[in-house]
Design a protein around this ligand. Structure first.
Ligand SMILES: Nc1nc2c(ncn2[C@@H]2O[C@H](COP(=O)(O)OP(=O)(O)OP(=O)(O)O)[C@@H](O)[C@H]2O)c(=O)[nH]1
Ligand SMILES: [Mg+2]
Length: 276
């Protein structure tokens, strides 16, 4: 069991090192990476479509890479904004990792890109463990998912620099309790900003873009209480916490095993659009 824990630590440590290098490489060329995490169907692509279109209308050079287990549906949608878009198919992997991301960016990312948006695989567990070299880590939650999700997925919410609520146009229909949601976010990640959006209703349009540009230009980014290091020491043996770390509520992420083992599958990619 110790060997499994050591392997997990090693995988995450290696990812952190790759993420550090990627962050430095991107910063040297003036690009900030925005990592979008959420459960499947929260509205990542819909909101991103809005933000990319707005960025293009403002003549801000942006690009987007979207990751899924299958289909190029999201790249096709995002490409409607007419900014450079790339689809990555993860070949069964439930998250992106820094090394594979770096490989996909190599030779593709336009030199003048100021913001690179990454739509991670729809999943609130696995992607939370992997730093991608982001300047801004954003977790999205739609009003239909329930106010308790920050408590149930503390790593995803706890490490976020920004929390975005989506689909607020249907908040009343599903009796979304905004105050309760905000209180739960505050419990897990004190002080983090919560932004309300509706891709369908046009609410909060540009909020993500504005926050990302500010971060890219050096504005201070929220510093979560939870640290990645503290989060790297979770595992379960026979249903008991093996080593709990200090994540809120003792969440266990099983990061490297969740997708059936490591090292990484190769992943495949296709360029759905590369216009700017
Ligand atoms: N009412 C409403 N529906 C929305 C909104 N944004 C997205 N949706 C709907 O929610 C569904 C999922 O939206 P997506 O943008 O595909 O969600 P996603 O997070 O990208 O999904 P995955 O990539 O599969 O994880 C679609 O049917 C969208 O039309 C919104 O602001 N309001
Ligand atoms: Mg999507």
């Amino acid at each position: 069991m110790c060997r499994v824990v050591d392997l997990q630590q090693a995988v995450l440590a290696k990812n952190d090192a790759c993420a550090h290098t990627l962050r430095e490489d991107l910063a040297a060329r003036g690009t900030a990476l925005v990592n979008l995490l959420s459960s499947p169907g929260s509205g990542k692509t819909a909101l991103l479509e809005r933000e990319l279109t707005l960025a293009r209308s403002r003549k801000i050079p942006v690009a987007a890479l979207t990751a899924d287990l299958a289909t190029e549906n999201d790249a096709v949608r995002l490409a409607r904004s007419e900014v450079p878009v790339k689809q990555v198919l993860t070949d069964g992997l439930c998250h992106l990792e820094a090394e594979m991301l770096g490989g996909h960016l190599h030779g593709w990312l336009p030199a003048d890109t100021r913001l690179l948006f990454i739509e991670n695989v729809g999943n609130l567990v696995c992607p939370a463990s992997y730093d991608l070299g982001e300047t801004l880590r954003v977790v999205l939650a739609s009003v239909t998912e329930g106010e308790d999700k920050p408590l149930k997925y503390p790593t995803a919410f706890g490490l976020a620099h920004l929390v975005v609520v989506t689909k607020t146009d249907i908040a009343d229909a599903v009796a979304f309790d905004e105050a309760e949601f905000r209180a739960n976010v505050e419990r897990i990640n004190p002080g983090v900003e919560v932004v309300l959006t509706s891709a369908r209703g046009g609410t909060g349009e540009g909020a993500l873009l504005d926050r990302a540009l500010a971060a890219r230009d050096g504005a201070p980014v929220h510093i979560p209480v939870m640290t990645r290091k503290s989060h790297h020491v979770h595992d379960v043996e026979d249903g008991r916490p093996y080593e709990a770390g200090d994540a809120p509520d003792g969440e266990h992420t099983h990061a490297p095993r969740e997708h059936g083992g490591h090292p990484h599958p190769t992943g495949s990619d296709t360029v759905a659009s590369s216009r700017s």
